[in-house]
Design a protein around this ligand. Structure first.
Ligand code: DGY
Length: 313
């Protein structure tokens, strides 16, 4: 398959890049700052795009690739892929569901514990030699709290199961009530936020969920409430989050994803009631390798004319 052109949109796992290079004629987008010139010379040979959570295939790129057959995303979230354009043009789309569910759910619990028990701050306190001056201040209990989850899909459900292990009550919001769910449903995010201690964003980013966490939701969560975002940065109105934290209208936030990654609002750096992570929900060797294998397996299946492993479109 060495003559098949594959365009990789952003750095990913070295293993994935090496395997793509072995199997295909691989182009790395970031090596071509003159995008228009690159496309003029190579567009006709590119039959697949491999996207990531930071760079996918927008309408402009799809239009510029006349031979594009498949977009395979090295992520479960495909908000960087224009799915409608792909459908319109008969281009297949795959992502990496299931293999990262446990990892993201585990990290969510880690973020909650880090935030409520102030684990990162305690670590900084010990490293700074401050323990000798006295005990660290008291923190907040997690067990028994009410956890509100936005999006009760694979990841949301895995988070709920873990939180149940901490004797938490679970409630949720999603577009429609899940008939078979044992958890309490709220038909609006504001109602959910008003009725939980910890609000977790675990839904896909779409036009409807863009800024689903706005000023009203943060006010409803309140000064004793905690926001956890392991979805996408654009789920949260970030300037409003900064104001809510600075003004004490929100208790704290654990954030793995930001609106303009890798940029993080600098106002957050001085706050002790936030835990900031660099989008590492799925970032373990085991899971990223499994995600890479799905990308490779989907491309192979497509070019051999076999059923795709994880088709979205
Ligand atoms: C995903 O798969 O969408 C994650 O955000 C990538 O880490």
């Amino acid at each position: 398959m060495g003559s098949i052109g594959v365009l990789l949109m952003a750095h990913s796992l070295p293993y994935l890049e090496q395997e793509l290079e072995k199997r295909y004629n691989l182009f790395r987008m970031w090596e071509y700052p003159q995008k228009a010139q690159f496309l003029k010379q190579n567009a006709a040979s590119i039959r697949a795009v491999v996207g990531t959570s930071s760079a996918g295939a927008d309408a402009e790129l799809i239009e510029a690739l006349p031979k594009l057959e498949i977009v395979s995303s090295f992520s479960v979230g495909v908000d960087k892929v224009d799915l409608n354009k792909c459908k319109e043009k008969g281009i297949r789309v795959t992502n990496t569901p299931d293999v990262l569910t446990d990892e993201v759910a585990d990290l969510t619990i880690g973020l909650i514990l880090a935030l409520l028990r102030r684990i990162c701050e305690c670590d900084r306190y010990v490293r700074a030699g401050k323990w000798k001056q006295g005990d660290y201040k008291l923190t907040t209990k997690f067990s028994g709290k009410t956890v509100g989850i936005i999006g009760l899909g694979r990841i949301g459900t895995a988070i709920a199961k873990r939180a149940e292990g901490f004797n938490c009550s679970i409630c949720y919001y999603s577009r429609t009530e899940k008939r078979d769910s044992k958890y309490k449903y709220y038909p609006s995010v504001v109602e959910l936020a008003s009725n939980c201690h910890i609000l977790v964003v675990a839904c896909p980013l779409t036009e409807e969920t863009h800024h689903i966490i706005n000023r009203e939701v943060m006010n409803a969560l309140g000064p004793k409430g905690y926001l956890i975002n392991i979805g996408r940065g654009k789920h949260v109105d970030e300037p409003e989050l900064v104001s809510a934290l600075l003004e004490g209208r929100l208790g704290g936030a654990g954030i793995d994803v930001f609106e303009c990654e890798p940029n993080v609002p600098e106002e957050l750096f001085g706050l002790e009631n936030v835990v900031l992570l660099p989008h590492v929900g799925s970032a373990t060797v085991e899971t990223r390798t499994a995600m890479a294998d799905l990308v490779l397996g989907n491309l192979e299946a497509h070019f051999l004319g076999k059923p795709l492993l994880t088709p979205l479109v």
